[in-house]
Design a protein around this ligand. Structure first.
Ligand SMILES: *Cc1c(COP(=O)(O)O)cnc(C)c1O
Length: 408
């Protein structure tokens, strides 16, 4: 087996790490929850405060085209996601965009009213679906929860829309977007994909796969910063649907201040209110790295990192038998590995105390996220080495590792 140093020296993408501010004493494997800060983001935020807002005040909306940011940043995202121009906007957050997408899909597919959401979906996705169902009532929306492996055996002939994650946030399993989209469409159902854990690290090819709609966030592998805006993709053929949250930013003529709503053409109609220029600036700067690297190259490195993680685990008896809920097959894996450990929470805290930043998800999962933009093979080997030490010495038994902060 090659050493981590060897693999790093052969890594054609290793120069990208220099673009990020990473504390030298820590190994950051939580880019699947919150991506790292790039120098480009720092500089652009300084520029927008000092030279744009600070100097031009209200004129910034025109002078710096702030007003176009949701569409402009949407175009940049569209390139990364494999969408056609005019199919993506950057706005609100994933939850709100999902509400809009599910409502639009139900409208497009009326009188069908059945909505399938995956049983193990991320909580916000199910809460949003429940909220929409309550609002619309049972004549227009009925939810059925189905596990993804049962989808092929489920009768979809009366289903209006299916809400699914591309990558399962707990297990890191990558779903067959092409196959499921085709299956749904054959049965006349639409799919809204949640790309939270795939955007930027897995090829999504939205246009080629004829994906109907998708939502995602920019603060995970896209490194837009804590709480940065979400995005919404609506295939051009579906853009005549209504926005259930019609706001002035999606109006056909926003500065006419008309008393009634008239939707803009195209993807713009899915905007609601005013976006944070500071937050959009951070996202735009964070995405600039994608001018120098393709998602395909990042995917290849991501898989090499997670393959190496598996290889390192297998080397030591105290880690070789850990129950791993992430599939070993590359094509079924996103960019994280989830280990199931009886003492998962204290183990995650002990790792963090040793400088290996991971996170924990109930009931017993420790997640190791690999960001191919800035993680190295040495990060991977260090993480496994520390894990091995903690398990061998039972260092996780220290009472201080029982304390639960509000955000885990
Ligand atoms: C992170 C994440 C979200 C978060 O939604 P927000 O509206 O940005 O808070 C939603 N879905 C999945 C699958 C996620 O991983």
């Amino acid at each position: 087996m090659k050493t981590a140093e060897q693999l790093d020296s052969e890594d054609a993408l290793r120069f990208l790490r220099e673009y990020y501010d990473l504390p030298s004493d820590r190994t950051y494997l939580d880019g699947n929850s919150l991506g790292a800060l790039s120098h480009a983001v720092k500089e652009q935020l300084r520029d927008v405060t000092e030279n744009q807002w600070g100097t031009d005040l209200i004129d910034g909306w025109n002078n710096h085209a702030w007003i176009d940011m949701p569409l402009r940043v949407g175009e940049a995202l569209g390139g990364i996601l494999g969408a056609r121009p005019g199919e993506v906007i950057c706005c609100d957050n994933l939850s709100i965009n999902l509400f809009k997408a599910l409502a639009a899909a139900l409208e497009l597919n009326a009188p069908r009213r059945k909505m399938i959401t995956e049983a193990g979906h991320f909580p916000t996705d199910n809460y949003i679906a429940e909220g929409l169902a309550q609002l619309l009532g049972p004549n227009r929306c009925q939810i059925e929860s189905v596990s993804v492996d049962r989808l092929r055996d489920t009768d979809l002939s009366e289903v209006a829309v299916i809400s699914l994650s591309h990558v399962d946030f707990r297990t890191g399993t990558l779903r067959d977007m092409a196959g499921i989209t085709a299956l749904a469409q054959k049965n006349g159902a639409l799919v809204v994909w949640d790309l939270a854990h795939s955007a930027g690290v897995v090829n999504t090819n939205l246009s080629d796969l004829q994906v109907d709609m998708a939502v995602g966030c920019t603060y995970k592998f896209l490194n837009g910063g804590p709480g940065s805006p979400g995005f919404l993709y609506v295939a051009e053929r579906h853009q005549h649907a209504a926005n259930v949250l019609p706001g002035w930013m999606g109006h056909a003529d926003l500065f006419a201040f008309e008393s009634s709503y008239r939707p803009a053409g195209g993807i713009r109609r899915f905007l609601t209110g005013t976006q944070s220029v500071l937050a959009m600036t951070a996202v735009e700067a964070a995405l600039s790295v994608f001018k120098t690297v393709t998602v395909a190259a990042l995917r290849e490195k991501s898989l090499a990192l997670s393959d190496y993680f598996f290889a390192c685990l297998a080397q030591d008896p105290s880690t070789a038998d850990i129950d791993c809920v992430t599939p070993r097959q590359a094509e079924q894996r996103g960019s994280q590995i989830s280990l199931r450990l009886a003492q998962g929470f204290p183990v995650s805290q002990a790792l963090i105390a040793q400088g290996v930043i991971v996170d924990y998800r109930e009931p017993d999962i420790v997640r190791f996220g690999f960001s191919p933009l800035y993680n190295s093979f040495q990060d991977v080997s260090r993480a496994v080495r520390e894990l091995e030490g903690i398990l061998r010495t039972q260092g996780y038994r220290d009472p201080r590792f029982q304390h639960r902060p509000r955000v885990t």
